[in-house]
Write a protein that binds this ligand. Sequence first.
Ligand SMILES: C[S@@+](CC[C@H](N)C(=O)[O-])C[C@H]1O[C@@H](n2cnc3c(N)ncnc32)[C@H](O)[C@@H]1O
Length: 203
Amino acid sequence: MALDRFREWRIDRMTDRIARRPHGKSARTTYGAADVHSFTWEPVLEALALGPADRLLDVGCGGGVFLRHAQAQTGCTVAGVDHSREMVRLARPFAVQGEAEQLPFKDGEFTAVSSIVAFFFFPDALRALREMRRVLAPNGRIAIYTTSPEAKGTMAAPYPLATRGHFYTDEELQHLALEAGFSTARVTRPDESGWAQLLAAQP
Ligand SMILES: C[S@@+](CC[C@H](N)C(=O)[O-])C[C@H]1O[C@@H](n2cnc3c(N)ncnc32)[C@H](O)[C@@H]1O
């Protein structure tokens, strides 16, 4: 029993350090790299169709690399939120520390919200989606790039890390978004592996 608890504790610790609340030198190198998760950028930017008048929030922004890219590509204004203090420091000056389920922003502050390879870790997906909806202006849109249940055990979600993830079918993701108050929601599979999901929704 004590051995089981120790094993679970070690998995939690490893998951946090690597991805769920990244910290330490190796995490800073990974999430500060100029191309981290760059395979997600094109589908996310296509779904958001950003321009210079847009205000983008990235939830679980890590080192802020996507925010810098989005700003350079589209001229939009950017902000990020992440619960890892070290990631917020890396994503300076754009990011603030906070939880996806309780965003430290006012109602309607953004025209677009993204979340890249992070939604999977949010303990309460519905609450996180409600928060994204709340901070969006009426003409807003969200794009969430996440990992499908079929990815469990693949390199996209290897064990034991996969045991700490929350996976949703396409239908579940769509329903969650509608329940959170979005009026349209669509889930697509943005890459050839079929392991990734892109949820695009509008108020
Ligand atoms: C795998 S990293 C991805 C980081 C970044 N989006 C990227 O693509 O490089 C997941 C990020 O989500 C953050 N995160 C996880 N759960 C969170 C939560 N509930 N609230 C805020 N941030 C969270 C982690 O701290 C981490 O920086």
